[in-house]
Design a protein around this ligand. Sequence first.
Ligand code: HEC
Ligand code: HEC
Length: 331
Amino acid sequence: MIMRALIVSLLSVGAVAIPTAAFAEEPIQPITAAKPKNEKMVELGKMLFFDPRLSKSGFISCNSCHNLSMGGTDNLQTSIGHNWHQGPINAPTVLNSSMNLAQFWDGRAKDLKEQAGGPIANPGEMGFTHELAVGVLQSMPEYRTRFKQLFNKDKIDIGMVTDAIAAFEETLVTPDSRFDKWLKGDKQAINQTELDGYKLFKESGCTSCHNGAAVGGGSFQKFGIHEPYKTTNKAEGRFAVTGKDADRFMFKVPTLRNVELTYPYFHDGAAATLEEAVDTMGRLQLGRKFTKDENAKIVAFLKTLTGKQPEITLPILPPSVKDTPKPKPFG
Ligand code: HEC
Ligand code: HEC
């Protein structure tokens, strides 16, 4: 607060050029570190995020597909769910997902709380039901105590589960990337090639869609503007939610934060490398074919967006008890 007051007052007298104000002119803003509102809620949410007993098999947790050791993704073209089910779409990262205007590629969940109920009951993901998942948690004294402390109720319900998971997810932000340091005025934080890449990224128009603190996540846009995107994937984007023809193949613009870690790319996971993704974006979204050198510069810039990954102490989960429903890994 003191810092801010100082900056404002200096600005108002126009005394000096202040590097921290520099990013106000940029289409991308630095990420601010998470300030958890309720540490106990975050801790419970973390336990649930890592607890595979929220799945029918007792084997798949949120972290199976959103692995926090791998940029919050599974690095698979499409995810593997219950019964080795081949998922229909690429798993987006949970890192910085609190900044999205809505959740999922087609935005069908309005926020993280609404989203978190989805995978538990999705037959192709965790394959369970909300009732059964809650029953598993309710059977364990430690979970009962923790929920009671936070919600002051004896009976756990799915709303409490999703509240806690969302509170944990809100802490999964990645500040202090080299690019953010540059934005804040440390001109040595990125090298000339990376800076050239940023200029190309801006000047060629990437920032019309990939902007803000998350470098994306703020709008739905058509994939395939100058030429259609060719894929065998059946996803139709926003059309699935609104039923409007104009929304066909409109997808949520993904965040490019930590994009170096979140391969493969696109909703169908078809682009294995950043080079390929940048080439496709240039041709399809901007009608521009980048030279090899330009492509390399943009890729170098994108790699400066990798931030400080959340430091996670693995939660130790309460053991199941005699009455805990048994996992059903097969069938
Ligand atoms: C079997 C793999 C799998 C599991 C398990 C799984 N997810 Fe996902 N998750 C996905 C896929 C795939 C998508 C994208 C689905 C879509 O957009 O239609 C997704 C989307 C999301 C998103 C939206 C991100 C964005 O940018 O739109 C969030 C947040 C998320 N999952 C959190 C969770 C949480 C919390 C859990 C545990 C309760 C969980 N996931 C379990 C695969 C999985
Ligand atoms: C008109 C809007 C728009 C413009 C301009 C645009 N993008 Fe995208 N970008 C998107 C959308 C939408 C997607 C998601 C496409 C999909 O998979 O359905 C995307 C996906 C990506 C991805 C893959 C991210 C991931 O996690 O799968 C990268 C990388 C990317 N864009 C980089 C760029 C670069 C570099 C430029 C400039 C050359 C650019 N984009 C220009 C809208 C845009």
